[in-house]
Design a protein around this ligand. Structure first.
Ligand SMILES: [Zn+2]
Length: 83
């Protein structure tokens, strides 16, 4: 008889990155950690936490960079489908 797997299904993608989250930008003076576009208070950005690190060490990236990361993740998945 097969045992039921425990815990969540692990993803092969993402390495040490946690689940991205959309967060509001509260103050001016921050920038995208990839393209260095300045964030303006009141807009939102995407925070990507590092697993095992403090929440404040999350990388904050702009929507454009997030789109590129999603695109790259999709390409990685396509490669995985082919094996
Ligand atoms: Zn950016």
């Amino acid at each position: 008889m097969k045992n039921k797997p425990r815990g969540p299904v692990p993803s092969l993608i993402g390495g040490t990155n946690g689940r991205p989250e959309r967060v509001p930008v509260k103050n001016n003076g921050y920038e995208c950690s990839r393209c260095h576009a300045p964030f303006v208070a009141g807009q939102t950005c995407v925070a990507i936490p590092k697993l095992g690190a403090a929440y404040s060490s999350a990388k904050r990236i702009c929507d454009d960079c997030y789109k590129h990361i999603l695109q790259k993740t999709c390409e990685d998945l396509e490669e995985l489908k082919a094996i």
